[in-house]
Design a protein around this ligand. Structure first.
Ligand code: CDP
Ligand code: CDP
Length: 207
C-alpha cells in the first residue's frame, strides 16, 4: 500500500512531533525532510560547497541530535533558497514517499512540491511567539546557550526566508487541512491530525 501524509509548516509548529506520533499510530514510515537541509547547512558551516554537499548527502547517516542547533537551522534555511540544492534532494524524498507501506513526510514544500498528490495534506502552524517559546524551552533543556529574544529573532528570520524565497516557498497548499497548534497541547494536536488521517484511510478501505 502506498499512502502518503504530507505535512508542512513553519519552524517549531509541531510538525515533527505530530509526524512521529501519526507514523507510529498508523504504522507508517517517517521522514523529517528538514534534517536533509540541516545536514547540508552543517556541511556548509564546515566549509563545503552547498550544491556538492547536497548531491553527496547520505540520508542514512543523518544525526538528528547533532543537527538541531540554532546555527545549523539558520544555515539550513540559507542553503534551502538554492534551486540546485532543492533539486538534489527531491528524488530521495519522492522515493521515500512511494515506499510500500506508507509514509509521513514533514517540511516546507511537501504538500506543494514534493508530494502534491499525497493522500493527506496538512499545514501545521502556530503563532510566532508560541513557536519561539517552544523552541527556546527545547534548546534550553538541551543546555544550549540561547535567549528567548534570540530564538524569536531566529524563528522570524527563518519564517521570512522560507516564505519569501522564489523556489518552493512555504505556503499552505490548496486543499491542505490547517491545524493551528497555538492553543493545542501535543495530545490534542496529534488527535486533530490523526482524525484527518483516519478518515482518509477509511475512505481508501471503502473503495
Ligand atoms: O517539527 P517542528 O519544528 O514543527 O516542531 P516540533 O519539533 O514537533 O515541536 C517543537 C517543540 O514544541 C517540541 O519541544 C514539542 O514538544 C513542542 N510542542 C508543543 O509544546 N505543543 C505542541 N502542540 C506541539 C509541539
Ligand atoms: O525544525 P524546524 O521546523 O525549525 O526546521 P526544519 O524542519 O528542520 O528545517 C530547517 C530549514 O530547512 C527550514 O527553515 C527551511 O529553510 C529548510 N527546509 C526546506 O526548505 N524544505 C523542507 N522540506 C524542509 C526544510
Amino acid at each position: 500500500m502506498i499512502f502518503t501524509v504530507a505535512i508542512d509548516g513553519p519552524a517549531a509548529a509541531g510538525k515533527g512531533t505530530i509526524s512521529k506520533a501519526v507514523a507510529a499510530r498508523f504504522g507508517l514510515r517517517h521522514l523529517d525532510t528538514g534534517l536533509l537541509y540541516r545536514a547540508v547547512g552543517a556541511r556548509v558551516l564546515a566549509g563545503d560547497d552547498p550544491v556538492t554537499a547536497a548531491r553527496n548527502l547520505d540520508p542514512d547517516e543523518l544525526d538528528g541530535a547533532a543537527l538541531r542547533t540554532q546555527a545549523i537551522a539558520d544555515a539550513a534555511s540559507r542553503v534551502a533558497v538554492l534551486p540546485e540544492v532543492r533539486a538534489a534532494l527531491t528524488d530521495f524524498q519522492r522515493a521515500f514517499a512511494r515506499l510500500d507501506g506508507g509514509a509521513v513526510l514533514d517540511g516546507r514544500d511537501i504538500c506543494s512540491v514534493i508530494c502534491p498528490d499525497a493522500d493527506v495534506l496538512l499545514f501545521v502552524t502556530a503563532s510566532p511567539e508560541v513557536r519561539a517559546e517552544r523552541r527556546y524551552l527545547e534548546l534550553a533543556a538541551k543546555g544550549s546557550d540561547v535567549t528567548r529574544e534570540g530564538v524569536l529573532a531566529d524563528v522570524l528570520a527563518r519564517d521570512d526566508r522560507d516564505m519569501n524565497r522564489a523556489e518552493a516557498p512555504l505556503v499552505a497548499a490548496p486543499g491542505a487541512t490547517v491545524i493551528d497548534t497555538s492553543e493545542l497541547d501535543i495530545g490534542a494536536a496529534v488527535e486533530a491530525a490523526s482524525a484527518v488521517v483516519a478518515l482518509r484511510l477509511a475512505a481508501r478501505a471503502a473503495r
